[in-house]
Design a binder for this molecule. Structure first.
Ligand code: PHE
Length: 473
């Protein structure tokens, strides 16, 4: 892998490829429901602050490590300092955990696209499906009534991960890239259109905008920071070796600082717009009931948007277009997750590309099936009090990724020394935010990450921290 390292054509090529991997379900599905859950404006504020400080510094560090070493994450850490190669290994575990449950959600998206073109738009918009107090989405993911009900979410998941594997196996990256180059801007335009529609036609939506944008400091807690930090890792594909890999494909004449800023702007911009599309609409549907909004969780997008589309002329078509675009955003992200794992398996287990791919597919099918069934037939199985999907989400975002980020920060801050990476960045001119980078990597990041880890571990294991209990998530 190291010998034939391809590279991007230039900064724009690099930024587009990295943004293609970064923009996905994290922005459109995960960000809005977390923002709704953790107090709207305060979550948005914390997220943006973290993104311009912490996210910026970590992304610069990862890209610079990749470009300096021109190696994959495991080898990159080993080349820089043998004692830290475990960080590369740990980072590699993250995509292995995320890909399966990411694909389960990709399956939900696929199902909704097909639902819109096959005339189920009305059903999907029904918050009281079949006259019950369960929504269509709730019924869809949790019903155990018949074998088909139980199997359906799994079939869509199989389809999604199968397609991802086909893309990886056939190496049809060029084709997918072409489609997503067009899809991404089109998705932004469509989201802006939906935002305008919601704000102009729904009573109460503007109050929802206030809820989403205006920080209410009384809602601030350590939980807000932990959730925002986890989301930052997830959405910007940080702390999982991905940006190191991207960095390794980057030529020396590409400005790391500028690229990082653009990727962040892109990623955060789309997340912000997705929140603006979903939160005010749900706020309006629930007549301003903030508690109801906060309790929606992962179903938020799937419950809210069909109701918005239902109220639009030709809503079924717009819904179908929206979900097919989200499908492509999810597919490019899933492909990037799968590629990373396949590359490591090829390198480290000395397997061929096909065998690696099938191995990844096999592991993903098992873990993904657990996530899918965890919402239905296996609802009683709980790990640390969480269903499978939530557990995989928690263990990657709130546990392993903070550890990887902490180790990276300590490694760069105190062993490699920030200067080494600053020199790499300065190959393309002055590093404008150097002081910010050095301070965050050396001091701010380690302190915040330790707090986050203590908080999530103590919360998950029910450990009593005495006077520090306010830290617990
Ligand atoms: N960042 C992607 C998202 O927001 C998820 C992802 C993580 C994709 C890692 C690729 C690699 O959906």
């Amino acid at each position: 892998m190291e010998t034939k390292r391809s590279s991007f054509s230039g900064r724009i090529g690099f930024v587009l490829a990295a943004a293609g991997s970064a923009v996905g379900l994290g922005n459109i599905w995960r960000f809005p429901y977390l923002a709704a859950q953790y107090g709207g404006g305060i979550f948005l504020l914390v997220y943006i602050l973290l993104s311009v400080t912490f996210g910026f510094s970590l992304m610069v560090a990862e890209i610079a490590i990749g470009r300096k070493t021109q190696k994959s994450p495991i080898d990159a850490f080993r080349a820089l300092d043998k004692r830290f190669s475990f960080v590369g290994w740990l980072a590699t575990i993250v995509p292995i955990i995320i890909l399966p449950y990411y694909s389960v959600i990709g399956g939900w998206v696929t199902k909704y696209f097909v639902g819109f073109i096959t005339g189920s738009a009305g059903d999907m918009a029904n918050p009281n499906f079949g006259g019950t107090d369960v929504s269509y989405f709730g019924d869809y993911i949790s019903s155990t009534e018949s074998f088909f009900d139980l199997a359906e979410p799994m079939l869509w998941f199989f389809l999604f991960i199968g397609l991802t594997a086909v893309v990886v196996l056939l190496g049809v990256n060029k084709g997918v890239e072409k489609v997503s180059k067009f899809m991404m801007p089109a998705l932004v335009v469509l989201i802006v259109f939906i935002v305008i529609y919601v704000l102009c036609t729904m009573d109460g939506a503007l109050d929802g905008v206030v809820y989403y944008i205006k920080p209410d400091f009384s809602k601030f807690s350590v939980k807000t920071v932990v959730a925002a930090m986890g989301q930052l890792f997830y959405s910007m594909s940080l702390a999982m070796g991905i940006m190191i890999t991207f960095g390794s494909y980057t030529k020396k004449d590409v400005s790391i600082e500028k690229s990082t800023k653009q990727i962040e702007l892109f990623d955060t911009g789309i997340a912000f717009l997705a929140g603006l599309m979903i939160i005010p609409a749900v706020y309006a549907f629930s007549n301003g009931d903030e508690a109801a909004l906060a309790s929606k969780g992962p179903g938020l997008m799937f419950e809210a948007l069909p109701r918005v589309f239902e109220s639009m002329p030709l809503g079924w078509l717009i819904g179908a277009i929206f979900f097919i675009m989200v499908f492509f955003a999810a597919l490019t992200s899933a492909r990037s997750l799968m590629e990373t794992i396949v590359a490591v398996f090829m390198d480290k287990l000395k397997l061929g590309r096909k065998t690696s791919c099938f191995l990844v597919l096999g592991i993903s099918l098992v873990l993904g099936a657990c996530s899918s069934l965890g919402y239905s037939a296996w609802g009683m199985v709980k790990i640390l009090g969480l269903q499978f999907l939530d557990f995989f989400d928690f263990i990657s975002n709130s546990f392993i990724m903070p550890i990887v980020a902490l180790c990276t920060a300590i490694f760069v801050g105190f062993f490699l020394k920030p200067k080494t990476l600053v020199e790499e960045v300065e190959l393309n001119g002055k590093f404008k935010f150097r002081v910010l980078f050095e301070t965050v990597i050396k001091f701010v990041a380690p302190v915040c990450l330790v707090i986050i880890l203590v908080s999530s571990v103590a919360g998950a294991l029910g450990i009593n921290l005495g006077f520090l209990n306010f830290l617990i998530v």
